[in-house]
Design a protein around this ligand. Structure first.
Ligand SMILES: NC(=O)c1ccc[n+]([C@@H]2O[C@H](COP(=O)([O-])OP(=O)(O)OC[C@H]3O[C@@H](n4cnc5c(N)ncnc54)[C@H](OP(=O)(O)O)[C@@H]3O)[C@@H](O)[C@H]2O)c1
Length: 283
């Protein structure tokens, strides 16, 4: 039975790995950044800890969900961003067995968002330090001697953890007014769909880069309106703004939508946002 080790298992994506039943084909090892009862502690930026955990469990596949994902924090604390998002992956590459496959979760923020509809072969040009670290990590993995999958996703959301969906839901539920950009467009990615996609790619023995997300691209504003609609919340609390009107520390790509034709070529089922939101409102 192949052993899969997951990093960052207390994060949004990592938690979902623990929550959904996995194939009996794999034995799962969940590692956590902060000590957490019953789970293995592994700070990916701590080389000695990575060496010791990987030597002990000798995984066939590593799914690296661990990262500093707060884009503005990365802009302010570049050392931390680099230590985790770049050096952490280097440690996993260095201390995993030669034949191990590394699955790296990357981001649409590697693109500048000037044109949109980015394919796996489009030229990256990150605007933020977070995007720069995600791109550097991709390049390190590509030039390593590992089997790898790089999955680029955007606006990861689910009903747990901190994310755009929960931010909209929690504010509108409290009748708080929110400002949402009408000019930021992407293909948001539902965390549970991503988990199933990762298992599909493993079973297909896929290697290389691949984009993933909702079938349709959507602006943050329309996404927020759809969240309000599906949850019977007051849309009038959502103020339409341009991204430049929001005082973010780091620049974001305006249109980072994806060309998802590689998923179609692999017969991967993609879901549109409305159907996903309907499903989420009923679970
Ligand atoms: N969220 C998005 O919108 C989005 C969009 C595109 C791509 N992605 C990528 O998708 C992946 C998963 O994102 P997510 O939403 O699940 O992020 P998340 O909820 O922020 O989880 C990240 C996890 O990484 C852990 N972590 C931080 N520093 C670590 C370290 N030094 N060693 C080990 N673990 C560490 C965190 O643990 P602590 O909380 O204990 O520090 C947390 O559990 C990331 O690679 C991210 O870059 C996310």
């Amino acid at each position: 039975m192949r052993k899969i080790l997951v990093t960052g298992s207390n994060g949004q994506l990592g938690l979902h790995f623990k929550n959904i039943p996995n194939s009996s084909l794999f034995s799962m090892i969940y590692t956590h950044h902060s000590p957490f009862s019953g789970f293995i502690n592994m700070d990916i930026s701590n080389e000695e800890q990575v060496r010791s955990v990987l030597q002990k469990f000798n995984p066939d596949i590593i799914i690296n969900t661990a990262a500093i994902t707060d884009v503005d924090l990365c802009q302010k604390n570049k050392l931390l961003a680099r230590r985790v998002n770049v050096d952490g992956l280097k440690n996993l590459i260095k201390h995993s067995k030669l034949k191990a496959k590394i699955i790296q979760i990357s981001s649409d923020y590697i693109f500048d968002g000037f044109s949109g509809f980015y394919s796996e072969n489009s030229t990256p040009n990150p605007l933020s330090y977070y995007g720069k670290t995600k791109l550097e990590a991709e390049n390190i993995l590509i030039s390593s001697n590992k089997n790898f999958i790089i999955i680029r996703v955007s606006t990861l959301f689910s009903n747990i953890s901190i994310n755009f969906y929960n931010w909209v839901l929690s504010n509108l539920s409290k009748n708080n007014h929110i400002k949402v950009a009408k000019d930021q467009i992407s293909n948001p990615c539902y965390a549970l769909n991503l988990i199933n996609f990762i298992y599909d790619l493993i079973l297909l023995d896929f290697n290389g880069k691949i984009n993933f997300g909702s079938k349709n691209s959507i602006s943050k504003l329309n996404f927020a309106n759809d969240i309000a609609d599906e949850n019977n919340l007051d849309k009038h609390l959502i103020e339409e703004v341009k991204i430049k009107d929001i005082n973010f520390e780091a620049d974001r790509p305006l249109n980072s939508s994806f060309d998802l034709s590689l998923c179609s070529d692999l017969n991967i089922n993609l879901f549109n946002i409305k159907d996903t939101l309907k499903y989420m409102a009923n679970i």
